[in-house]
Design a protein around this ligand. Structure first.
Ligand code: NAP
Length: 253
């Protein structure tokens, strides 16, 4: 049985785990950071929490005799992706990244692409706007510097403490979302501008489609740079990588 560690926290990681769970020749474990209070049920054994940086992950890979490391984290989880690349090199473990291609604009999209959250705050302008923030809880704090806007914040878990602005409304929800649902949400809150990450994939594209249908501007945060490792975009390609990777014993001789 070859031993696989999937770095997860995404729908694709869960789908990959479900696929690998059907195989009799692999033992897969899924790793979650532990950010959400009630993580989704997973089809393989789960470990939760950080490893303690590159050294901690390298030690885990060795101790658990992991043969193949699969980085299926979110495209904005750049620290984990970088740690995975370094730890795999240290531990001599094969690594493949499952990466979602970014969304690309289509006719009718009104996108402003910005480098970071601070630039997103600036892109909202001085005049009060009604803003939908589809960002993680840890990215919200800079919006306190622009308290003139009305914010609608959607997150998986409640935002605690709330954003330090006078006008903010919170909704919780876990993708996948629907176009009709997001259209209704943006309309009901009279949203004028959307701030989001270019996450790629289908689970959270609905807000982009809804914004297009409503003629709204979308401020998109640029993706962070990720390490140059073997990367694929489909679960089938991950399986092909696993099937062609030499077993650890062969590589060690
Ligand atoms: P990050 O900044 O790249 O990682 C920060 C630290 O969190 C890592 O150094 C690691 O701690 C720990 N960590 C991250 N992913 C982990 C995993 N799968 N298993 C164990 N430890 C993990 O990550 P992030 O942006 O905060 O994202 C955290 C998790 O949420 C990721 O698993 C990601 O897939 C998921 N997620 C992120 C986003 C997003 O927009 N960033 C969106 C959806 C889901 P140690 O150094 O101690 O090992």
């Amino acid at each position: 049985m070859r031993r696989i560690l999937i770095l997860g926290g995404t729908a694709e990681a869960r789908q990959l785990a479900a696929r690998l769970a059907q195989r009799g020749d692999l033992a897969a474990t899924l790793s979650l950071a532990g950010r959400t209070a009630n993580p989704a049920v997973q089809p393989v054994p789960v470990r939760i929490g950080g490893f303690g940086g590159v050294d901690g992950l390298a030690e885990y890979l060795a101790a658990e005799r992991i043969d193949i490391l699969i980085d299926a984290t979110h495209p904005y989880a750049a620290v984990m992706a970088t740690n995975a690349a370094r730890a795999a090199a240290v531990a001599g473990v094969r690594l493949v990244a499952l990466r979602r291609p970014p969304w690309t604009p289509v006719a009718g999209d009104r996108w402003i692409e910005v480098a970071d959250v601070q630039a997103a705050v600036a892109a909202l302008g001085e005049a009060p706007r009604r803003v939908f923030l589809a960002l993680g809880r840890k990215e919200l704090a800079p919006f306190a510097a622009a308290p003139q806007h009305h914010y609608l914040v959607r997150s998986v878990d409640p935002v605690e403490p709330p954003l330090a602005v006078p006008n903010a409304t919170y909704v919780t929800g876990r993708g996948p979302f629907t176009r009709s649902g997001d259209h209704a949400l943006l309309s009901a809150h009279r949203i004028e501008i959307v701030v989001a990450k270019n996450s790629g994939g289908s689970a959270t594209y609905s807000k982009i489609a809804a914004a297009r249908a409503l003629g709204l501007t979308v401020v998109l945060l640029a993706r962070p740079p990720l390490p140059a490792v073997t990367a694929v975009t489909t679960i089938a390609e991950v399986e092909a990588f696993i099937d062609h990777a030499a077993p650890r014993a062969e590589r060690d001789v």
